[in-house]
Design a protein around this ligand. Structure first.
Ligand SMILES: Nc1nc2c(ncn2[C@@H]2O[C@H](COP(=O)(O)OP(=O)(O)OP(=O)(O)O)[C@@H](O)[C@H]2O)c(=O)[nH]1
Ligand SMILES: [Mg+2]
Length: 359
């Protein structure tokens, strides 16, 4: 899962990214992948997993991760190639969801490319660029699909109708994600891959002393069905440099009840509409995984390993809380809370799964 960090130049994207990177570097226990310097791999910690691991006597915990991409600032005209715009737009296309950082702090030492702090205007500049880029793409695809639709193909007809609606929405300044995908062409969004089809979380980068989402930002987010959180990028970057105790003490001083980073990671997670599931056994590493809501036991097996999916026989499933309550797999089996499920079983958030498979 990849989440892109976008926004105007100097909005505070890299400060947030650095805080996330630092958080990732401090949590030693996750499958580490070395990728480009602008990609931060952050573990998604989960208290439920800790309790499950303890209950079954796991040797350690391996966290699943989300990758955050720091994308350079977009300027007006990016869709026409201004300021390396096309390259940045291509970077955005590769992500699954977006964090849109909006400058809302008033520090006059930080230069604003538009000369003043105005979150509403800044959001619109970025969205306009994404919309223009999508419009070109949607019009090209519409031409192609209309030809197929004239041939009477049901999928093409449905997709053509959707594309026409998307072009209308974009022309009116509305993102592609506001246009529902038709049942007869469920892959229409994936085929177009519009930038404005990705779920967005707005991050208002506010002054340290006033951690509230400005009204204009929350109103804009609400209009688009998007979320919004307030953080101070600079403060998060500073906190991430401190030891856990010092950071906790500073948070207490500032009366921050939750780490801004946790809010961002959790928010990103909700954007992606993921559920968590766990694998855990005695004296083995316990591991957390994520799947799109609605995924099956078969999908879960595939996330763990393609061989496990290929040889899938059945799955033993139990809710994490039932497992903890029973005190282990054996007592859970006696109580009947450990169930046997087939490949089509729909995974629930917090399920613990053991897949029986033929190698
Ligand atoms: N006062 C204050 N300054 C901030 C805050 N966040 C970022 N800055 C400062 O703003 C400047 C730009 O921050 P960056 O995080 O590099 O901005 P960016 O969005 O990555 O900028 P580009 O990569 O150029 O598009 C730096 O000098 C930061 O220290 C904040 O919350 N408060
Ligand atoms: Mg930057």
């Amino acid at each position: 899962m990849k989440v892109g960090i976008i926004g105007m130049p100097n909005a505070g994207k890299s400060s947030l990214f650095n805080a996330l990177t630092q958080a990732g570097a401090q949590a030693a226990n996750y499958p580490f992948t070395t990728i480009e310097p602008n990609v931060a791999v952050v573990p998604v910690e989960d208290e439920r997993m800790v309790q499950v691991a303890e209950t079954v006597g796991a040797s350690e915990i391996v966290w699943d991760t989300i990758a955050f991409h720091d994308i350079a600032g977009l300027v007006a005209g990016a869709h026409k190639g201004e300021g390396l715009g096309n390259q940045f737009l291509a970077n955005i296309r590769e992500t699954d969801a977006l964090l849109h950082v909006v400058r809302a702090h008033g520090d006059s030492n930080v230069i604003h490319s538009e000369g003043s702090v105005n979150p509403q205007r800044d959001i619109e500049i970025i969205e306009t660029e994404l919309i223009f880029a999508d419009l070109e793409q949607a019009e090209r695809r519409h031409q192609r699909v209309s030809r197929e639709a004239r041939g009477g193909d049901a999928h093409a007809i449905a997709e053509e109708g959707w594309l026409a609606a998307v072009i209308e929405a974009l022309s009116a300044g509305r993102p592609a994600r506001t246009v529902p995908v038709p049942d007869d062409a469920p892959d229409a969004m994936r085929l177009l891959q519009p930038l404005t089809g990705k779920p967005v979380l707005f991050i208002a980068n506010v002054d340290e002393g006033d951690l509230a989402v400005p009204e204009v930002v929350s109103a804009h987010a609400a209009k688009e069905g998007a979320g919004a959180v307030a953080i101070s990028s600079r403060l998060e970057a500073e906190l991430s440099e401190l030891s856990d105790e010092d950071a906790a003490a500073m948070r207490a001083d500032l009366e921050l009840d939750e780490s801004g980073l946790e809010m961002v990671v959790r928010g990103a997670f909700e954007l992606l509409e993921l559920i968590a599931f766990f694998t855990a056994g005695e004296a083995k590493p316990a591991q957390s995984w994520h799947l799109r809501r609605g995924s099956t036991a078969w999908d879960a097996a595939g996330a763990i390993h393609t061989d496990i999916q290929k040889g899938f026989v059945r799955a033993e499933i139990i809710g994490w809380d039932a497992l903890v309550e029973a005190g282990g797999y054996a007592p859970a089996r006696d109580r009947g809370t450990l169930r046997t499920e087939g490949r089509d079983y729909q995974m629930a958030d917090g399920d613990v799964i053991t897949v029986n498979f033929t190698p």
